[in-house]
Ligand binder design. Structure first.
Ligand code: SF4
Length: 383
C-alpha cells in the first residue's frame, strides 16, 4: 500500500481493545471479561506482538481510541506499559486525538496522571445513569456519586471528555430520563453518547427478558426519551452529529468520524475489528485462543470479508447517513467510492424523501428529524 493512499485504504486511526472488567454488566455484549485480571500482563505482551506483526513498522495516525472492556481496570503500571507501547507503534500527528474509555469506579488520580503524561487528551466515561435502581437494573457496579468524582479527576487533566448514557432501561420512565439528562448537563460535558438499551442475545438482561423477569420500556415512551435527548441537548449547545452522539462544535470524536466516513482503521486486541485496504477483519473474542495464537506467532484474525467496490460504496452510504449534520455529500461520495449516489440508491432516496424521512437539497442527503426515529429501516434499505 502506498504511503499516500487515500484514507479509505490506508488507516489514519487505530482502535486498541482492553477487555478486562470488574464484573460483567447485564446488557454487555462486548468482548469483555470479569475475573481475568491475572491475565493482564500476558495480554499486554500479546497485544504488542500482534501490533508489531500487523503494523510492521510504526504508523502515524490522527486518532487513537483505547476501548473495552475497561482500560482503566489495568493498574497504573500496566497503563504505563500500554501507553508506552501505543506511543512507540502509533505516533499521533500534531493535532491528533487520543481517547481512552474509563469506568467511574476504576479511574483514580494515579491512573489519570499516567494517561495524561502519555499524551491522552480525551476520556470517555461510562456513566449510563445517575439513579441507583437503574444502574442496578443494568448490573453496573459503580454508584452515581462516583461519576461526579471521576469527572472532577478528568476535568483537571484532559482538555476533552465525554459521558455515555443509556435510556430505555427497564423500570424507567420519561421523568427518570429527564433527571439523568439534568444530572449529566450539570457536569458540563462537551460530548455525549446516548444509546437506547438493546437486549443483545445471550446477555444476562436478554435472558431475564426471555424469562419474563423484566418489563421493557414501551416503544412510545422510548420515542419520547429520544425526542427529549435531542431537544434538551440541542438547547444546551450539544449538537446531534450522529444518531446517538452529541457534541459542542469542534468536540466531535475524531475516531467516530473516521468510522462514519467508512475510512480505514487498525484494530488491535481481543475481538477488535479492523478495516484496511478494503479488507474487514475481526479478531477472535476467545481470550485463551487469542493468547495462544499470538504466542505461537499466528494471526488472531477470525472472520474476514473483502468488500468489493459496490459493497464498499453501499456501506459508505449507510455509515455516512448516520451523520446528522453532514449526511452524504454527493461529490464527496463520488470521490471516495467512484460511484454516483443516485445511480446506486436513487430510488431509495426518492421514496424516503417522499415519506419525509430523508431531506435532499440537491447536494446532500440527510435524515430528517422523523427519519432519525426510523433510522434502522432507512439504513437497512440503503445497504
Ligand atoms: S464495563 Fe462496559 S465492557 Fe465492561 S462489562 Fe460493563 S458494559 Fe461491558
Amino acid at each position: 500500500m502506498r504511503a499516500d493512499a487515500p484514507p479509505w485504504l490506508l488507516p489514519r486511526a487505530a482502535y486498541v481493545h482492553v477487555p478486562f472488567c470488574a464484573h460483567k454488566c447485564g446488557y454487555c455484549d462486548f468482548a469483555s471479561l470479569a475475573g481475568s485480571d491475572h491475565l493482564a500482563d500476558r495480554y499486554l505482551d500479546a497485544l504488542e506482538r500482534e501490533t508489531a506483526a500487523k503494523l510492521g513498522e510504526p504508523r502515524e495516525v490522527d486518532a487513537i481510541f483505547v476501548g473495552g472492556g475497561t482500560p482503566t481496570r489495568l493498574d497504573a503500571r500496566q497503563l504505563e506499559r500500554l501507553t508506552g507501547m501505543i506511543r512507540r507503534w502509533l505516533p499521533l500527528t500534531s493535532g491528533g486525538e487520543w481517547t481512552v474509555e474509563a469506568n467511574p469506579g476504576t479511574l483514580d488520580e494515579a491512573k489519570a496522571d499516567v494517561l495524561a503524561a502519555a499524551g491522552v487528551d480525551r476520556v470517555s466515561l461510562g456513566a449510563q445513569s445517575f439513579q441507583p435502581r437503574l444502574l442496578q437494573a443494568l448490573e453496573r457496579n459503580h454508584a452515581p456519586e462516583e461519576v461526579g468524582r471521576a469527572v472532577a479527576i478528568v476535568r483537571d487533566r484532559f482538555p476533552r471528555w465525554s459521558l455515555d448514557l443509556i435510556f430505555g432501561v427497564p423500570g424507567s420512565d420519561v421523568d427518570d430520563w429527564q433527571a439523568d439528562l439534568d444530572a449529566t448537563l450539570a457536569l458540563g460535558p462537551s460530548h455525549l453518547s446516548c444509546y437506547g438499551l438493546v437486549y443483545e442475545k445471550g446477555t444476562a438482561l436478554w435472558k431475564q427478558l426471555q424469562r419474563g423477569e423484566v418489563d421493557p420500556v414501551e416503544e412510545e415512551a422510548e420515542r419520547r426519551m429520544y425526542e427529549l435527548v435531542m431537544d434538551r441537548l440541542e438547547s444546551a449547545g450539544l449538537l446531534m452529529y450522529e444518531i446517538s452522539n452529541y457534541a459542542r462544535p469542534g468536540h466531535e470524536s475524531r475516531h467516530n468520524l473516521v468510522y462514519w466516513a467508512n475510512d480505514a482503521y487498525w484494530g488491535l486486541g481481543l475481538g477488535a475489528a479492523q478495516y484496511v485496504d478494503g479488507l474487514r477483519t475481526v479478531n477472535t473474542r476467545d481470550m485463551p485462543a487469542y493468547l495462544k495464537r499470538i504466542e505461537a506467532g499466528e494471526s488472531a484474525v477470525g472472520p474476514s470479508e473483502h468488500l468489493g467496490p459496490e459493497e464498499h460504496a453501499r456501506e459508505t452510504a449507510m455509515l455516512m447517513l448516520r451523520r446528522i449534520q453532514v449526511g452524504i455529500d454527493r461529490d464527496d461520495f463520488r470521490w471516495r467510492t467512484g460511484f454516483d449516489l443516485d445511480a446506486l440508491i436513487g430510488p431509495v432516496i426518492v421514496r424516503f424523501a417522499a415519506e419525509g424521512l430523508l431531506e435532499d437539497d440537491g447536494r446532500r442527503i440527510r435524515l430528517t428529524r422523523e427519519g432519525r426515529f426510523l433510522a434502522d429501516r432507512v439504513l437497512c434499505e440503503v445497504v
